[in-house]
Write a new protein. Structure first.
Length: 596
């Protein structure tokens, strides 16, 4: 039986929660003020609450002492009205309120246990120490909390586990000469933050009291914590330097000669901070190779980690006097479980690939590996008669002509093998991206281009499609290409049979070639399981959300192969309210055609 990561609150569908109704008084009202009041109530009284209209519902049976605080000149007062409201799971309108209250109560209890730390969300918590590290990057277990209501079962508390990557060294170590003599490591900093112009690397600021997420703005070259000039503090207080502010307001030791970086905080704007107190939140694409797979947690380990989390929470994870949880994790009945199994697949030459023997991860992986082998051996199920025979590959010379040659050969070899047609990749190498685009615009018959572009400017990605609007484009970033080409031979391939003996590179080229195959409008394989329905209605929404395309696909079985054909396709410019009407009209037309 399937086991989830959900624990049901005791009494299930009979669950009731007693709450107190609180009134929020403020000179400036509104939803934001109410959410601030929820935060004040949690910090000052240790009580979970939710917003309901202009009031709060507090998860407690006792009278709540008045809370009076001031937020940016806006005095806020939270007073108990004396009213009690009972929330019941049997009342559908109460269920989401109960979910929100119990989720916040769980967050409150997690903070009290003290086994984890958080950044800017009480919903996400990190273990105190990393579980592994490599090349200066540490991997941390991260737990995400939630609550859901399940018909017939009650309220379920959810804990999911994932992985976060954070550098072991501070930002200062990447900009100033360290004891190892490596000197400035700004390029490594840019790689770890995946930083581009007009974009900001994500950092973690730790002042000894809390860890806070922020974004890198600039390195303050030559500035120290003692020479920053005046730093504003809370309540209008002024400090003569960042060093004076830190030793007065923070809980970490600091040298007055420590370097400074400028970062931005949410709701606080741009601030100068000690660079030694900043670490990099590394994106998954930038982690060292040895850590690439540690975020793939198998089901048994995931279950053990979540069970260990709940053990740390004790017998009363929601606190004394609060409802307890049923033992173990929720296992839905068979009627609630729908499994989507991989169907039999049809490749070229009429070859069929059988589905996996079981739903085990090993059998599913084997099925995907066999798809690659079948595609190479039998070719695509469908290749257009007019498929393009030339694909252009545009690369700046700075990327290396040998790398470009290996990429072009790899794509060409795969496309020719899969389509059973001779498809050539024409290589264009120039000094700049502008010259590459000019060369492509001069091609008599625009077709399909693989473009390797520098990603220091985010607008480049969209500019390519705008300036080369007659081309179908597959994009690859130069940063990605350099990383994948690390194990390539230094020399160019001597002939079409040349091999790289670099598995990571070959896997990368496989994915690129499959993307190109799709752009060539080829179909590598199709499912051949009979459909359990006669037609499918689809709505394709444009990026502006103002344009729609309505499509009714009629399914019919020819032999053993499932063929889908467009019965009706309508471009529309209607509001969301017209979707249902349009769908009904299409279905009526289809039924008439079927009966004819």
């Amino acid at each position: 039986m399937l086991e989830t990561n959900i624990r049901i609150v005791e009494t299930g569908p009979s669950l009731k929660l007693q709450t107190r109704v609180l009134r929020v008084e403020a000179s400036e009202g509104g939803p934001r003020t109410s959410e601030i009041a929820v935060s004040f109530l949690r910090r000052d009284r240790g009580i979970a609450s939710v917003v309901l209209g202009s009031s709060l519902l507090a998860l407690t049976s006792s009278a709540v002492p008045t809370v009076e605080r001031n937020k940016d000149g806006n005095p806020i007062s939270i007073r108990d009205t004396g009213q009690v409201r009972i929330l019941q799971f049997s009342n559908p309108s109460d269920r989401q309120l109960m979910c929100d209250l119990l989720a916040r109560q769980l967050e409150l209890q997690v903070s009290r246990v003290g086994s984890w730390w958080t950044l800017d969300s009480l919903r996400i918590w990190y273990e105190q120490v990393p579980f592994t590290s490599d090349a200066g990057v540490a991997a941390w277990r991260r737990y995400e909390l939630a609550a859901v209501h399940i018909d017939g079962e009650g309220i379920g508390l959810v804990v999911d586990v994932s992985t976060a990557f954070i550098t072991q060294q501070s930002v200062a170590d990447y900009f100033v000469r360290g004891s190892n003599g490596n000197g400035n490591r700004k390029r490594e900093f840019d790689r770890l933050t995946a930083r581009q112009e007009e974009q900001k690397g994500t950092l973690i600021y730790d002042n000894g009291s809390a860890s806070i997420k922020c974004w890198f703005e600039e390195w303050c070259e030559g500035m120290t914590c003692a020479t920053t000039g005046t730093i504003p503090g809370r309540g209008g207080r002024q400090f003569p330097s960042l060093y004076e502010y830190a030793i007065s307001q923070c809980r970490r030791a600091l040298n007055p000669d420590a370097p400074v970086a400028r970062v931005s905080f949410q709701n606080l704007g741009t601030q100068k901070v000690p660079a030694e107190w900043l670490r990099i939140r590394v994106m998954n694409d930038s982690v060292p190779r040895r850590l690439k797979q540690v975020d793939k947690i198998d089901p048994a380990e995931r279950s053990n980690l979540i069970a260990a989390f709940w053990r740390k929470m004790g017998n009363d994870p929601l606190g004394q006097g609060a409802p307890r949880l049923d033992g173990g994790f929720w296992r839905p009945s068979r009627e609630r479980v729908l499994r989507f199994r991989i169907p039999r697949l049809l490749f070229g030459s009429g070859h069929e690939l059988a589905p996996p023997e079981t739903d085990s991860i090993n059998h599913i992986r084997a099925n995907f590996r066999n798809r690659e082998r079948c595609l190479a051996k039998y070719g695509c199920w469908y290749v257009p008669q007019t498929v393009l025979r030339t694909v252009h590959l545009a690369v700046r010379r700075e990327c290396g002509e040998a790398t470009a040659a290996w990429l072009g050969l790899g794509i060409q070899r795969r496309l020719s093998l899969w389509t059973r047609r001779q498809i050539n990749v024409e290589l264009i190498c120039e000094e700049s991206l502008d010259v590459l685009k000019k060369q492509l615009r001069q091609v008599n018959e625009p077709g399909l281009a693989v473009i390797v572009f520098p990603d220091h400017d985010p607008s480049t990605y969209h500019d390519l499609e705008y300036e080369l609007d007659q081309w179908r484009i597959k994009r690859i970033t130069e940063r990605q290409l350099r990383r994948k080409a690390a194990d390539l031979p230094d020399e160019e391939p001597q002939d079409e049979r040349a091999q790289t003996n670099a598995p990571n590179w070959e896997g990368f080229v496989d994915k690129c070639a499959l993307d190109v195959l799709e752009l060539l409008e080829c179909i590598p394989y199709i499912p051949i399981s009979p459909a359990s329905f006669q037609a499918r209605f689809g709505v394709d929404v444009g990026h502006t959300r103002r344009h729609f395309e309505w499509k009714l696909v009629d399914f019919c079985v020819t032999g053993q192969a499932l063929i889908d054909r467009d019965f009706i396709r309508i471009a529309s410019k209607e509001s969301d309210s017209g979707i249902e009407v349009k769908m009904v009209k299409c279905v009526r037309l289809w039924r008439v055609a079927r009966c004819a």
